[in-house]
Design a protein around this ligand. Structure first.
Ligand SMILES: Nc1nc2c(ncn2[C@@H]2O[C@H](COP(=O)(O)OP(=O)(O)OP(=O)(O)O)[C@@H](O)[C@H]2O)c(=O)[nH]1
Ligand SMILES: [Mg+2]
Length: 267
């Protein structure tokens, strides 16, 4: 289906995974009735998914839809995924993260700023970027892994890249009233999560230089969540942290879905 800019946009209709556990969380947070009111009003929700190449945006959207991501190619155009959740239509736009696709991303961002209500999901992964994209120099693994372990230098440079990626869209929020919330999803927790470091990782995205770089987006209602879309060796070689249990995965998924619904209900 051609959009106004002439781009070809793929629309996939799907249901978003939504379990009783999510309802329970909303109940505990005292917002269940409010969420149902929004459902009854059959409101439309646009969600823009942003982040550098290889952070796991497409895998995250697949996980949100209850789909796995075994073989996944780098995204090269904006993709519109429509999720139906009890009558409410969620329009989720997956954007390409490669540096070369800046213009394509800008189009999705401009398009979003014409909407009245937009939620932003910004995907980061504590530096565990993995992609075939030419702008990740570590295509050949040599940079990302040293002696079979993720290189601290590589992780650091990718975390820096995550901060740099903010610049592209935060500036557009000045004067635009439609953006209502920002959820920073720190995905790939199966790789990075450990009891002793979890809080430090979440703090990295909630305060300090990362938060400073949010600029205009600092004014949004926002939260930082841990997540994992799949269990996978880093570059198919380096081990996972070993601390991310299935229980934790369900808990993260349900808490995130509940947060998105609660944010949408708080219009
Ligand atoms: N271990 C692990 N790997 C993940 C996770 N999510 C994504 N990956 C892997 O990370 C790589 C990149 O994932 P994508 O979803 O394609 O990343 P993207 O952000 O969409 O990248 P672009 O489309 O290039 O912008 C893939 O090899 C995924 O399998 C996760 O939660 N855990
Ligand atoms: Mg993608």
């Amino acid at each position: 289906m051609p959009d106004q800019t002439g781009d070809v946009v793929k629309v996939t209709k799907t249901a978003i995974e939504f379990s009783e556990a999510v309802l329970q969380i909303l109940k505990e947070r005292g917002v269940l009735d409010k969420v149902f009111d929004v459902f009854l009003g059959k409101e439309h929700v646009d969600i823009l998914v942003l982040g550098a190449t290889g952070v796991g945006k497409s895998a995250f959207i697949n996980a949100l839809r209850g789909q796995s991501s075994l073989a996944i190619a780098s995204t090269r155009e904006n993709q519109d995924i429509q999720g139906i959740l009890r009558g409410v239509v969620f329009n989720i736009v997956d954007t390409p993260g490669q540096v070369a696709d800046k213009e394509i991303r800008a189009r999705a961002i401009r398009e979003a700023t014409r909407k009245k209500y937009v939620g932003i999901i910004n995907i980061v992964c504590n530096g565990y970027h993995e992609s075939e994209a030419p702008d990740l120099k570590s295509r050949n693994v040599a940079e990302a892994l040293v002696d079979g372990e993720p290189s601290p230098e590589y992780l650091r440079s990718c975390r820096k890249r995550e901060i740099d990626a903010l610049e592209e869209w935060t500036i557009l929020l000045g004067g635009y009233e439609g953006a209502k919330w920002l959820v920073t999803v720190v995905t790939k927790a199966d790789l990075w999560l450990a009891p002793s470091t979890k809080q430090d990782v979440l703090n990295h995205y909630a305060q300090g230089p990362y938060e400073q770089a949010l600029g205009e987006a600092k004014a949004l209602r926002r939260i930082v969540c841990s997540y994992s879309s799949t269990n996978r060796l880093f570059f198919q070689r380096a081990a996972m942290s070993g601390f991310y249990t299935d229980e934790q995965r369900f808990a993260d998924h349900n808490a995130l879905v509940a947060t998105i619904l609660a944010y949408c209900a708080n219009r």
